[in-house]
Write a protein that binds this ligand. Structure first.
Ligand code: GUN
Ligand code: FE
Length: 439
């Protein structure tokens, strides 16, 4: 399709207007020009050329999902070591897995599979953690760009507390990050960012230098903060003069100057809540990872939304095991109900709030992404729930959307569009027979 062409995508159109409202337009048409939404109409305009109509009939048309925190190399280690606490899991599984990305051929093979799996699961905008390796990070950046995904993508930094063979010197870390930023000015959908792993693996000297690069290049920063009780205690021992994890980033210019993407923020004190509400920070809730690594708490989503923080969702594989943001939406509601057992003063998160986090709220990091407003990118999924029986009285489009997030999977996603272009996904598994033929 010509990207400048005018197209109409017709079906039941749903998107978040704000955190409390999912707008549903039944049997409507999204008119798209040059990949951008122009308007949503109740019917096709007179004389609209039939060859420019994508008729999704009774299916749902929703914005593509936005995954603001995941780990591309950890695609390989999903579902492993899930009975370990965070810091042991990093040492036993994660650092050895990531160290193998020194081999560019390995990086290319795994990152290609990772990008395809993102698309298959309906994620069209992503912030993936890479590894320390400049070449592999480059490959990740280019692979996501080739697929057309929206992304912020950098090179990982860690100059302490890594194992021998998976650590870098402060000087090498800074130099290679600067080179990465020079190589990737980021004029397309994939743009560069700075990725200090977390404060336990970065010295003050490195953090300060990275803060300088963030300001000089005007790029966002992506990191982890306050993910588990054991990690918070270790950070407190290393940074005894900082009142909380987020203030370490702020002190070094890694939060508050350019946009920051901070995974977890599970235990915000008053000052952290104030910073989240007043600074350009996306606090990313990764419910599955939080449960798997036994963080010792659950992000107070309802409380943070009430205080005005900007929240998004992340799959956080491999501490999460699934790349599906639809299932992260369901887990956000589910986990908030568990949290309520301990904190009954806070209501559970609504489905509308969780859907907002996984689409429009996360999408704002990338610009006009995550909803179907005029002038926004038409990044969309077509959802077919025909595999589930429909009750006789029928369901509203919002109920059908909720049911997809809880019960559906990638087979329900019948099409994916980025700026109006259909993106085809390859299959994940080779079709191998499950039994061997007798010789
Ligand atoms: N904190 C620092 N690195 C990591 C990581 O790779 N995964 C998770 N879940 N937390 C981290
Ligand atoms: Fe993570």
């Amino acid at each position: 399709m010509e990207s400048s062409a005018r197209r109409a995508y017709c079906g039941h159109v749903l998107h978040s207007r704000n955190k409390d409202t999912i707008v549903a337009r039944e049997n409507a048409c999204v008119i798209v020009e040059s990949g951008l939404v122009r308007e949503i109409l109740d019917r096709l305009p007179e004389g609209f050329p039939p060859e420019a109509v994508v008729d999704c009939s009774d299916r749902l048309i929703i914005p593509g999902f936005c995954d603001l925190h995941t780990h591309a190399p950890q695609f390989l280690q999903r579902g492993l070591g899930m009975d370990l606490p965070l810091l042991d899991w990093l040492n036993v599984h994660t650092y050895p897995t990531e160290a193998a990305f020194a081999d560019p051929a390995h990086a290319r093979a795994i990152y290609t599979r990772f990008a395809d799996e993102l698309l298959r699961q309906g994620t069209l905008a992503v912030c993936p953690f890479p590894t320390l390796h400049e070449e592999a990070s480059d490959i990740l950046f280019c692979t996501l760009a080739e697929r057309g995904l929206y992304a912020f993508c950098g090179k990982l930094n860690m100059d302490r507390n890594g194992p021998p063979g998976y650590i870098e010197t402060t000087a090498a870390s800074v130099a290679s990050t600067a080179r990465f930023l020079d190589t990737h000015p980021g004029s397309g959908n994939v743009r560069p960012c700075i990725v200090p792993r977390f404060t336990l693996t970065c010295t003050d000297t490195l953090l300060e230098a990275l803060g300088g690069l963030a300001a000089r290049y005007g790029v966002p920063v992506h990191s982890h903060v306050s993910e588990s009780i054991e990690e918070i205690e270790a950070v407190r021992a290393l940074f005894p003069h900082d009142p909380n994890g987020l203030s370490i980033f702020r002190r070094h210019g890694l939060a508050g100057r350019t946009p920051a993407i901070m995974a977890h923020c599970i235990f915000p004190d008053e000052e952290t809540s104030r910073m989240l509400a007043s600074m350009d920070i996306w606090a990313v809730h990764c419910p599955e990872a939080t449960a798997n690594i036994a963080a010792g708490g659950i992000m107070p989503v309802k409380q943070l939304l009430a205080s005005g923080a900007t929240l998004a969702l992340g799959s956080d594989i491999g501490s999460g095991s699934r790349l599906s943001i639809a299932s992260a939406i369901a887990a956000t509601v589910r986990h908030s109900k568990l949290r309520r057992i301990l904190f009954p003063e806070w209501d559970a998160v609504t489905f509308a709030e969780a859907f907002w986090m996984g689409t429009r709220s996360g999408g704002r990091l990338f610009g006009n992404v995550g909803a179907f407003e005029p002038g926004w990118a038409f990044n969309a999924l077509v959802i077919d729930d025909g595999a589930m029986p429909m009750p006789q009285a029928g369901l509203t489009p919002v109920e059908r959307l909720e049911r997809f997030c809880y019960c559906g999977d990638d087979r329900w996603i019948r099409a994916r569009y980025i700026q109006g272009e259909e993106i085809r996904v390859q299959t994940a598994f080779q079709d191998k027979p499950h039994t061997q033929k007798p010789q």
